[in-house]
Design a protein around this ligand. Structure first.
Ligand code: AMP
Ligand code: ZN
Length: 494
């Protein structure tokens, strides 16, 4: 059963500025590339929002029975600003700060990234390539651009020649709608300009100064690749010269994605991507979440409660539910109230999942399940509109309540259809997990262990050491370790 054949999926394409009916290049198979994290520090919650939007898009495409090759790279090398200053290489800078090798920085934060995504129940991409693993491809691409007259060498660095590209009528700036004069004004003051023919030219390969420890040999001397080049090299290698979907946060439109388009078109004479998708920003206190301004929270700080912004810890499920209540193209402001409201909503949804199991089907249906089901699909088919989908899922919660108190009925087949659809959208497509019972059980365990600690204290006060030891040892056998400290006894679960 190929569900996609019955659906008319529309995707908002940043390139055309319109919602377009999705037509994959190959029938039933999709290539999707999403710019991954730059692993020089921990990902913040804003990064998680962007990756989560694509996780749900990926999940929905899989649900429709598309075969998806989902490539999300790891940026672990490359200067990320357009100047050649070694101080601006974030990996080198961070490695000095932490007194670690640059590749230790890369490993540390790649591991952290995957851990965070596991906590938030992400599906892994099908390929997760790294920039350092594709240096040869990047050198080859640079050489090809030189050979085709789209790039030039200067002082051991190689730059993309934007003027040459435009002279061939290829229109640099089509995604961000910027004109050359504007670009000129914005890039005038950067270092490295002396080497360039024009200020808007961007680096494909950068010569490494002796202090630059992340370096590779190339036909132009020791150096390192430009940031934009890695995504063109890896997307072309794994998805082809033109592929279906390319995603990332809105802030990547310019210059990163603009440069990817230019590199792809210059190399292959075709537009590299059919649908450009950009997610909007997560804000906190009304300001964009970002490492550089200090206005950020780490995902695990929100989950553990170790922060000064939120009044309590929030399970990753609640964060996921909160994020998906906004459309991926809308700004989302995270706040304590928003998280509390999401927790309530999520618990209502899980309560309904539980109650639905207890409903007995009848001979006839008094609810229109096929209409409701269509509305759920229509929401996701309209540019993956998760907030509208969630509104329909709450209509489903209302159905469950009516079924539970006997004021509505479902036939056996409608019941199965409703239950399957309800659960598939919640768990498989939105990627939520039923942790409500787990959380309740955790509360109970906590209560029971605290009770045993009190009984042990009582036994010790009565000098009944056999009993106090018995309690401690039996708990230890269960993997619960008691720790006696100044402020009383605490416990940890292994
Ligand atoms: P970076 O590691 O900086 O390359 O960012 C990884 C991804 O997170 C990119 O797609 C960015 O566009 C995205 N991103 C960065 N800040 C935010 C934010 N505040 N909200 C949503 N996405 C963001
Ligand atoms: Zn990229």
């Amino acid at each position: 059963m190929h569900l996609y054949k019955n659906q008319s999926l529309k995707i908002y394409n940043s390139l055309s500025g319109e919602k377009e009916v999705f037509k994959p290049i190959h029938d039933g198979a999709i290539g999707m590339y999403v710019c991954g994290p730059t692993v020089y520090s921990n990902v913040h919650l804003g990064n998680v929002r962007t990756f989560m939007s694509f996780d749900v898009i990926y999940r929905y495409l899989l649900h429709l029975d598309y075969k998806v090759r989902y490539v999300r790279n790891i940026t672990d090398a490359g200067h990320l600003t357009d100047d050649g200053n070694v101080e601006n290489d974030r990996f080198v800078k961070q490695s000095k700060l932490e007194k670690l090798e640059p590749m230790e920085i890369v490993q540390k934060y790649s591991v952290d990234f995957r851990k965070v995504l596991d906590h938030f129940n992400f599906l892994p991409p099908t390929i997760e390539p790294t920039a350092t693993g594709h240096i040869i491809e990047q050198i080859e691409l640079t050489q090809k651009l030189i050979d085709l007259g789209f790039a030039y060498e200067s002082n051991g660095s190689v730059y993309f020649d934007v003027a040459a590209y435009n002279e061939k009528g290829l229109n640099y700036g089509e995604l961000s709608n910027r004109n050359i004069e504007e670009l000129f004004a914005n890039t005038r003051d950067l270092d490295g300009q002396a080497e360039k023919k024009n200020p808007q030219d961007f680096a494909l390969w950068k010569s490494a100064s002796p202090a630059h420890i992340m370096r590779w040999n190339s036909p132009w001397g020791d150096g390192f690749p430009g940031w934009h080049l890695e995504c063109t090299a890896m997307s072309t290698k794994y998805l082809g010269e033109t592929f279906d979907i390319h995603g990332g946060g809105m802030d990547l439109k310019f210059p990163h994605h603009e440069c990817e388009i230019a590199q792809g078109k210059a190399c292959n004479n075709v537009s590299p991507v059919n649908y450009w998708m950009h997610t909007n920003m997560l804000t906190m206190n009304g300001l964009r979440m970002s490492k550089s301004t200090g206005n950020y929270i780490l995902p695990m700080e929100l989950v553990s409660g170790q922060n000064t912004f939120f009044e309590k810890p929030f399970h990753p499920n609640i964060v996921r539910f909160c994020f998906l209540q906004a459309h991926y193209r809308s700004v989302l402001d995270i706040s304590n109230d928003a998280m509390l409201a999401s927790e309530k909503g999520f618990n209502r949804l899980m309560e309904a999942v539980k109650n639905l199991n207890e409903v007995t089907p009848q001979n006839q249906s008094s609810l229109d399940i096929s209409k409701w089901k269509k509305e759920c699909y229509d929401a996701m088919n309209d540019d993956f509109n998760s907030p509208i989908l969630i509104a329909h899922l709450f209509e489903g919660v209302r159905f469950v309540n009516l079924l539970k108190d006997g004021s509505a009925t479902l036939s056996a087949s409608d019941y199965t259809d409703f239950k399957t659809t309800f659960e598939t959208f919640i768990f498989d497509i939105l990627g939520l997990q039923n942790t409500k019972d787990n959380a309740e059980n955790a509360d109970k365990v906590q209560g029971l262990v605290n009770m045993l600690i009190e009984m042990r204290n009582l036994a010790r006060a009565n000098k009944d050491f056999a009993m106090s030891d018995l309690i401690r040892n039996q708990l230890l056998e269960l993997g619960i370790q008691l720790k006696d400290g100044k402020e009383g006894t605490s416990f940890s679960i292994q």
